[in-house]
Design a protein around this ligand. Structure first.
Ligand code: SER
Length: 313
């Protein structure tokens, strides 16, 4: 069957890379990027779209004969704390619209990104299992947990084919994050390559789960391509690659750039980071659909510096 794919939130950190990856395999004509604003120089099909507007979403779906939606629209953890109502509405109203399109038979497959933010301060912090205490205390985490439950509900009640992974902090050189608690692990490279001291908004010992964007895109594409019966969990899968603290990534960067310096001035994002796991157990993703990461911390740092060194001025 011919697939026409809509990526909602395509200008975000994941969206930009995902659109390119999908275009490479499905063809530029079959991938429709969308976001709430139109970028200046966009090559390919693009729709200005607010996912909270069901009529507008339906009309884009009909216009392009959309069969699959990747719904990436969200306010990340730090931004959502400052705008809880929009954070919640965007996550939940948007996903309801997408789920209902599938229930009504307009589309046949959905990808929805969850996050390590579903976990909270009462969750076991190390090697956090798939199924454990899940009591998030951030706006972003509450929305993602509710979304996971609705996805599972629509799958069980209406047979909706919705799939998801809980992304850790994502680090790539093709796109920038915005508004997240793990963003420091991208920003740090720009300071290091510019020869500037980096002012880190988390403390030196704050360990968080992280992943190279290339691995995250591969996880996303893999879970969407597997036969439905292999995707046994319809909430969202834990996926893990590495875990490090700001001082550990700084030490790894210093191996490439010995003059690099870092200072630590934790702000409100420290509280968010403190509520999240330090490391993730992803046995189910490995077992059910063959997840395996490519990058560890050493590989990630070499790859980021290699790719950014001529781009960052
Ligand atoms: N990177 C995200 C954030 O920091 C976590 O999902 O908000």
């Amino acid at each position: 069957m011919v697939e026409n794919i809509l990526v909602v939130g395509s200008l975000g950190q994941v969206g930009q890379e995902l659109v390119e990856s999908l275009k490479a395999d499905f063809g530029a004509d079959r991938v429709i990027a969308s976001d709430v604003r139109k970028p200046e120089n966009f090559e390919g099909k693009f729709e200005v779209l607010d996912v909270m507007d069901k009529e507008a979403l339906l009309s884009v779906v009909k216009k392009h004969g959309i069969t699959q939606i990747y719904n990436l629209a969200a306010l990340l953890s730090a931004t959502a704390e400052k705008n809880p109502v929009l954070g919640w509405n965007l996550t939940i109203d948007g996903q309801f619209n997408v789920l209902n399109l599938a229930k009504e038979g307009h589309i046949n497959k959905i990808f929805w990104p969850s996050s390590i933010a579903v976990f909270g301060p009462t969750t076991p912090r190390f090697d956090t299992p798939q199924k454990t205490i899940i009591e998030p205390n951030t706006v972003y985490g509450i929305g993602k947990l509710a979304g996971e439950m609705w996805n599972q509900y629509y799958h069980q009640k209406y047979g909706v084919d919705v799939r998801g992974v809980r992304y850790p902090g994502l680090i790539g050189w093709k796109s920038m994050p915005g508004g997240g608690t793990t963003d420091y692990a991208v920003d740090i490279f720009y300071s290091a390559l510019r020869g500037e001291k980096y002012n880190c908004f988390l403390s030196e010992t704050t360990a968080l789960p992280m992943m190279h964007m290339e691995d995250a895109i591969r996880a996303t594409r893999t879970i969407m391509e597997k036969p439905a019966e292999q995707v046994k969990l319809r909430t969202s899968y834990n996926i893990s690659a590495m875990s490090f603290t700001p001082e550990e990534i700084a030490a790894e960067i210093k191996k490439h750039i010995p003059t690099f310096e870092i200072e630590y001035h934790p702000d409100f994002r420290q509280q968010i980071a403190n509520s999240w796991p330090a490391s993730i157990n992803d046995a189910e993703a490995r077992d059910h659909w063959g997840w395996k990461e490519k990058y560890d911390l050493k590989g990630l740092v070499s790859n980021m510096i290699e790719n950014l060194k001529d781009r960052v001025k």
